[in-house]
Design a protein around this ligand. Structure first.
Ligand code: NAD
Length: 305
């Protein structure tokens, strides 16, 4: 299959590599040409613009940081105009239904270009392993058509068709909102408990044995506890972007998502303290500061994909 791939960052570089290794004819583009060196070595073709990347392909995949960049690449970058009638655009970025809808209304629909939104979870290590979770919004026939391609990137058991166009983005934003909420809740509980004198390891074991156990506390926090690794493969600037989009979506649909707004505020405070490129678990550092100790345990790091 002829595939154009735009966005070779922490996630996209692994995804594009898997597609090349699976034997597809892949053309790549990024604003940073050096991001494509590995891909060229594996036989991909480099092009200088989004429009050239979209020209003549069966499928265009985008893996870009924000809805604004997605619109830039598709509209001002000319990728949408360059797609052939019948071609399929799959946006795997964490973006919004509204941005994709504008692109469809301005260009894609009139040209007969199809689209799916297929954002992912699973962190950079899931992308590297080809074991992402993928949440697809769009026509069921289009989904079935590209399923073999998505199975190159994701765990076949965790590639879900979640509804009409836009629903993939919505599901992804809700997953991140809940996960970031778990992160803040767990960090806060650990901070209060240890500051009150309970041993960190004892407190965590007791929480895991009780009704308030969470996947975050059991698995995802291990990188911090074992290594002080706050996962800089997902930057705070993107985490705050996702939370902002989730809060906007809640406002759009008229749900007073007060907890979401609070979680966003705590994440923004951590971004201000530790920087845009700091890892997504950086809010835990705030709570470590307030607890007066780092949260560290003698544990092996267990990657949670
Ligand atoms: P990243 O910032 O590492 O990569 C983005 C890439 O897009 C970069 O290579 C950048 O140079 C490129 N880019 C930016 N503007 C461009 C433009 N105008 N034209 C062409 N290329 C451009 O981001 P990432 O961590 O790979 O995340 C990509 C998307 O996936 C985001 O929407 C993010 O929220 C989502 N996501 C990330 C993770 C993660 O763990 N990193 C997990 C799930 C979802």
């Amino acid at each position: 299959m002829k595939i154009g791939f735009i966005g070779l960052g922490n996630m996209g570089r692994h995804m594009a590599r898997h597609l090349i290794l699976a034997g597809h004819d892949v053309t790549v583009h990024d604003v940073r040409p050096e991001a494509a060196l590995d891909h060229l070595g594996l036989g991909a073709r480099w092009v200088d613009s989004p429009a050239t990347c979209a020209d003549g392909v069966d499928v265009l995949i985008t893996m870009l940081p924000t809805p604004g960049v997605v619109e830039d690449v598709l509209l001002r970058g000319g990728a949408a105009e360059a797609l052939s009638p019948g071609a399929l655009w799959i946006d795997m970025s964490t973006s919004t239904p509204a941005a994709a809808q504008r692109i469809a209304e301005e260009v894609l629909d009139a040209r007969g270009v199809r689209r799916l939104d297929a954002p992912v979870s699973g962190m950079a290590r899931g992308a590297e392993a080809g074991l992402l979770q993928i949440f697809v919004g769009g026509d069921a026939g289009d989904f079935r058509e590209v399923l073999p391609l998505l199975e190159v990137l994701g765990d076949p058991a965790k590639i879900l068709h979640v509804g009409a166009v836009g629903h993939g983005y919505t599901v992804k934003l809700m997953i991140n909102l809940l996960w970031f909420g778990h992160l803040v809740a767990a960090a806060e509980v650990l901070a209060v408990g240890v500051k009150a004198g309970v041993d960190l390891g004892v407190l965590r074991s007791a929480l895991l044995a009780g009704p308030a156990a969470s996947h975050f506390l059991e698995h995802d926090v291990l990188s911090v506890l074992a290594d002080g690794d706050y996962d800089d493969s997902f930057a705070m600037v993107l985490a705050c972007k996702d939370l902002g989009l989730a809060v906007d979506l809640a406002r759009d649909v008229g749900v007073p998502a007060e907890l979401a707004a609070l979680v966003e505020r705590i994440f923004r405070r951590a971004k201000a303290a530790y920087g845009d490129r700091a890892g997504e678990m950086s809010p835990v550092r705030l709570y470590e500061k307030w607890a007066g100790q780092d949260f560290r345990l003698p544990l092996p790091t267990v990657p949670a994909v």
